[in-house]
Design a binder for this molecule. Structure first.
Ligand code: ADP
Ligand code: MG
Length: 446
């Protein structure tokens, strides 16, 4: 984190193009052009400023390369990024020295977005978690999440059932609570009931209540969850698990606004809003005769689909940081952020257990992490950055992800090929092959 008054400055040894300067300025970075021959004298840097040095070698001849390599070696505390042309990426001792002194490097044409992201990482930026002011409990700024938030706002004031779909852990219950909190019923009860967890013979009495003596063990009259939530909202999780008789009672409640307690024939008028969730395909259950079609239509008036976490990769880091910060408030722990490679893995992992799995992994990592940064190993996500010859495993289906993983690992290992190969669990030959494939022409640096 940087203070409000600190300036972000790129000291650019070489010649930035007009577009490059503009893009940096838009991202909040001042550019100061410097001359490698001037030995860094004229660069006015205040304490507290964030400074990154750019070794722009795109137009460098062999002499300039040598001077730059010396300059970089003389200022090892500055974070250096190197810019190379396709031609400079050949194996010479000067290039080798430049790369060894660099935290990361870029080859022309420069990917400005990656460059700006890298600068942000060096400045310690964490994407600010977006908490929607009036939508409690929901974090994320991906397009998929914005669409969810728009639907929540639209559906909340309407007194109709909402069917929430989505894989496990995507936040279906969070969405249901938000709907309640945004609705005029917000000050009335909210009841979340997992239909799959209720014993089949007790579902009716749990949901709708029973009269004294209506069955063995019914020693007293009991109010069901629906009646207890009068005036509020009932969230029926795993609604597909409701047994047939309870389906009939629910249909009646939705159609007529009445219920009967078990053991009674008296109709009770009740005002509740019903929200339902399912992670199974309810249409299929209808087709197979396991779920009533008329009930399905009643529940499915408004539909909200919670996107899987892998569909909102932009949100993963925000959520991870949010969960880490929350954990830190409760427990003693050193971890404050995630390493570059860990961020990569978090973004590339497929998250079968979605947000819940992310929460669990972050909490576990916070416990086992020893330093200030959570590593890939702490998250137990080594597989995500592992490639095997011939095919990519898990996360590495996208070529750019593969390239980024290799670069990130080379960077973390200070271009030590053997160490990089060991961390990525591939052979050194594979590292060379990957470098060639992605035009990272590196030889063994040792
Ligand atoms: N958008 C989100 N922002 C913050 N936390 C979330 C979000 N979505 C889910 N969570 C958290 O993830 C976990 C799983 O959410 P939950 O609603 O129980 O998922 P589901 O009901 O779909 O299985 C909960 O701890 C919840 O607080
Ligand atoms: Mg749930």
């Amino acid at each position: 984190m940087t203070s409000d008054t600190s300036i972000r400055c790129v000291v650019w040894f070489g010649e930035p193009t007009g577009i490059e300067r503009t893009r940096l300025a838009q991202a909040g970075w001042h550019t100061r052009v410097a001359d490698a021959n001037a030995q860094g004298n004229g660069v006015g840097i205040r304490r507290g400023d964030v400074v990154v040095a750019m070794a722009d070698l795109r137009k460098a001849d062999i002499d300039t390369l040598g001077q730059m390599a010396k300059l970089m070696a003389d200022h090892p505390r500055l974070p250096w990024l190197a810019l190379l042309s396709a031609e400079t990426v050949v194996q010479t001792p000067e290039v080798e020295r430049v790369l060894r002194a660099s935290i990361d490097f870029f080859t022309a044409p420069i990917d400005m977005q990656r460059l700006i992201e890298t600068l942000g990482n060096l400045a310690g930026d964490v994407p600010a978690p977006i908490a929607y002011a009036d939508v409690p409990g929901i974090t994320g700024s991906s397009p998929a999440m914005m669409a969810v938030v728009a639907s929540l706002r639209k559906y909340a004031p309407v007194d109709l059932p909402v069917l929430v779909t989505g894989e496990t852990g995507t936040g279906k219950e969070v969405a249901a609570r938000a709907l309640h909190k945004l609705s005029p019923r917000r000050d009335r009860p909210f009841a979340a009931i997992n239909c799959g967890a209720l014993p089949a013979n007790l579902v009716q009495s749990e949901l709708f209540g029973h009269e004294r003596g209506s069955f063995t063990g019914a020693n007293a009259r009991r109010i069901g969850h629906f009646e207890a939530a009068a005036g509020g909202t009932v969230f029926l999780d795993e609604v597909g698990d409701l047994p047939p008789d309870a389906q009939i009672s629910l249909l009646r409640l939705l159609q007529e606004g009445t219920l009967e307690r078990v053991g009674s024939t008296q109709s009770i008028k009740l005002d509740v809003r019903v929200l339902a969730a399912t992670h199974v395909d309810l249409e299929k259950a209808v087709a197979q005769g396991r779920f009533r079609e008329d009930l399905y239509y009643r529940l499915n008036v408004l539909r909200l689909r919670m996107p899987a976490l892998r569909e909102r990769a932009d949100d993963v880091l925000q959520l991870a940081q949010l969960f880490l910060d929350a954990f830190r408030k409760q427990h003693d722990c050193n971890a404050r952020t995630f390493s570059a490679l860990a961020r990569k893995a978090l973004r590339d992992f497929s998250w079968p257990g979605n947000v819940r799995e992310l929460l669990n992994r972050v909490q576990r990592a916070a416990v086992v992490a020893e330093g200030a940064q959570i590593s890939v190993a702490d998250l137990d996500l080594q597989d995500v950055i592992t490639t095997r010859t011939g095919h990519s495993s898990l996360g590495l289906t996208r070529t750019s992800a593969e390239r980024d993983a290799v670069v990130a690992c080379l960077r973390e290992t200070r271009f030590n090929i053997s160490e990089c190969a060991r961390r990525l669990k591939v052979s050194r030959v594979t590292i060379y092959r990957l470098c060639k494939k992605h035009q990272l022409v590196l030889e063994d640096m040792h």
